[in-house]
Write a protein that binds this ligand. Structure first.
Ligand SMILES: [Zn+2]
Length: 193
């Protein structure tokens, strides 16, 4: 039985001691607690694996390095069929509390995670943020050398033998693009800046 992920951690203590958090978040736990992720996908399948190593570097960036893996089901916006997508996130995040730390962390190549000085935080929020950021803005079956894996065939008008499939698709996509301010991920992207 996997140990449950702690729900409140002190990043000062974790980065001082070089703690490694490794384990899984079960489907049940994800259904109950990772509501932002659940709202963004059709379904999240199986367990979420995480491996997170907390540490400090030479110039005192407090950071977490690691890896998160999950499988989600999304709806293809081209053919409207569901498809499964593996999410593999490499994590390299520094904890920051002010503009100085943010700049130092970003100059060192980290993404940043804002915390107030004394705040304990739930590592599942960080895991969920990373998975959300790994989701495609427009979900579509992956393309291969043989074209897309979409199951439907677009009708080719008889008078248009050279019907441009890609142009037709991108035209229909343009109508579906969510304005940046309405896009729930826009907020996350702002936070990462
Ligand atoms: Zn498709």
């Amino acid at each position: 039985m996997a140990e449950r992920i702690p729900q409140r951690i002190d990043h000062y203590r974790y980065t001082d001691k070089g703690v490694t958090l490794e384990g899984i978040i079960t489907e049940l736990e994800s259904d109950k607690d990772l509501l932002r992720l659940q709202a963004s996908v059709i379904n999240q399948q199986g367990v979420i694996h995480y491996h997170l190593e907390f540490d400090k570097d030479r110039i005192d960036n407090r950071f977490v390095h690691g890896h998160i893996e999950a499988k989600v089901i999304m709806q293809c916006q081209r053919c409207m069929e569901n498809f499964s997508l593996d999410l593999n996130c490499d994590v390299s995040i520094a904890f920051v509390h002010d503009d100085f730390e943010q700049k130092q962390a970003e100059d060192s190549g980290y993404d940043v995670f804002w915390l107030s000085e004394k705040e304990l935080f739930d590592p599942r929020i960080l895991i969920e943020d990373e998975l959300l950021l790994a989701l495609p803005q427009i979900a579509m079956h992956p393309e291969s050398d043989y074209g897309t894996a979409c199951q439907i065939q677009y009708p080719v008008p008889e008078n248009k033998q050279n019907f441009d499939l890609d142009a037709a698709v991108s035209e229909s996509e343009q109508n579906e693009i969510v304005p940046e301010e309405d896009n729930p991920f826009a907020v996350l992207r702002q936070l990462k800046k």
